[in-house]
Design a protein around this ligand. Structure first.
Ligand code: ATP
Ligand code: MG
Length: 398
């Protein structure tokens, strides 16, 4: 069965006026950029409460659905037939659907979007149903129909469709500004990136590497994770910034109280992330921290670490159990990559007994003898590589 159009229902669109326009504008832009290469096969049409993807080539309908389903900002979509507003034409269209799908029972739902249409929804239903029943063997079952046929009468056309495909939800990526995700190679931070994008924030990625202690493979793994997250971005390209942290990591070996090493390392991560986020016009830092998961994620640790950040730090998985995070990681297909066994810089320098309730005064005291400011300056100037990661291609930004 060939359909004419994909009808897209907007997601959490509760605001009005300019916000509504921003919502639809960003959603449309994101859809266009994700459908790059298919321009000749579809046309977009925006209406107040719906977006229509007109299928110029019906053979690509499934491909387009699979892409659009994962773009944040819609709540569901339906493949629809588009006909005029004559009841007889609508009935014929419904009859064709029944004859094609051959259900034993069906249910008809009518929605009159154009309130100036001469009949009410109930009246339309009362006239359409007998026409369908006369021409087919199907019976009505309003409780558990084998097929539901929806008719939506709008100002210009009528849309007839048979099912609603649930989409990913969320807000269009881009309407909630720009953030910088601290991306390790682990399970949690890719999920944090996904959830941030789900609420409409565009993200760039920051990864700290400590070569030669961390390998090329570890870096490849992080690139693969960013590539997996591609489906959910608003844009065609994502940026992954890799900081060579080795110089600072060596300096951190001079910390006399080894139990503070991780606390201080994370304060350094946050300091660097803050400087870079401002430079790249990011309004927030995002991490995969989860309350109580490890020593550096107790509320005492979070306090001491967070105190060096002037930008808000968003922690989308803060209150999720590990199992819940893993379930999302599997759903978004980052899990298998995340569990590949490559060292990241934290695991290499973990002291035997990391402090679980650090004190700010002690952290600051331990930092006093380090040359950290100078080293951060050098790192920012010289030790960052940026990769541009698209759907099929990764290259270093010159
Ligand atoms: P993940 O599964 O995301 O690695 P984790 O439970 O292993 O998280 P930590 O290693 O303590 O936790 O890291 C907490 C957060 O700090 C990570 O989720 C990530 O946001 C950030 N982070 C840790 N290591 C790095 C790194 N090498 N580069 C960038 N960010 C990092
Ligand atoms: Mg980690």
């Amino acid at each position: 069965m060939n359909f004419d159009v994909i009808l897209v229902r907007y997601g959490e669109l509760t605001t009005k006026g300019k916000n509504r326009n921003d919502f639809t504008r960003v959603l449309i832009n994101n859809i266009k950029s994700k459908l790059e290469g298919y321009e000749a096969q579809y046309k977009l049409k925006k209406e107040f409460d719906r977006l229509f993807i007109e299928l110029l080539d019906p053979t690509v309908s499934q491909t387009i659905i699979n892409i659009v389903k994962n773009i944040f900002g819609s709540s569901s979509l339906s493949l629809a037939k588009r006909v005029d507003r004559e009841l007889e034409t609508i009935a014929n269209c419904a009859i064709a659907l029944v004859q094609y799908y051959q259900p034993t029972t069906f249910k008809l739902e009518v929605r009159r979007n154009d309130k100036t249409f001469s009949l009410t929804s109930t009246e339309i239903k009362q006239q359409l149903a007998p026409m369908i029943l006369q021409q087919t063997n199907v019976k009505v079952d309003v409780h558990q129909p084998k097929l539901q046929i929806d008719v939506e009468i709008r100002r210009e056309f009528t849309y007839v469709f048979i099912n609603k495909i649930k989409t990913i939800g969320g807000l269009p990526v881009g309407i909630s500004g720009q953030g910088l995700v601290m991306l390790s190679g682990g399970i949690d931070s890719p999920v944090a990136a996904f959830l941030t994008m789900k609420r409409g924030m565009n993200v760039e990625y920051l990864h700290f590497a400590t070569p030669p202690h961390t390998s090329e493979e570890a870096l490849e793994k992080v690139k693969t994770l960013v590539q997996k997250l591609y489906h959910y971005t608003g844009q065609n390209q994502q940026r992954l910034h890799v900081v060579n942290f080795s110089m600072l990591q060596h300096e951190l070996m001079h910390i006399s109280d080894a139990s503070y090493r991780i606390t201080i390392m994370r304060r350094m991560f946050y300091r660097i992330a803050n400087i870079l986020a401002v430079e790249w016009k990011c309004q927030a830092i995002i991490t995969g921290e989860s309350l109580g998961q490890v020593a550096s994620q107790t509320i005492e640790s979070i306090n001491v670490i967070n105190s060096v950040s002037s930008l808000p730090v968003l922690r989308p998985v803060l209150c999720f159990d590990k199992n819940e995070i893993i379930a999302i990681a599997k759903e978004i297909d980052t899990y298998q990559t995340s569990i590949l066994p490559f060292e990241d810089c934290c695991s290499l320098f973990v002291p035997k007994n990391p402090v679980t309730k650090p004190r700010l005064a002690q952290a600051e005291f331990q930092e006093q003898n380090l040359m950290w400011q100078e080293i951060i300056d050098v790192i920012i100037k010289k030790n960052i590589k940026t990769y541009v990661i698209g759907r099929d291609d990764i290259h270093e930004e010159s």
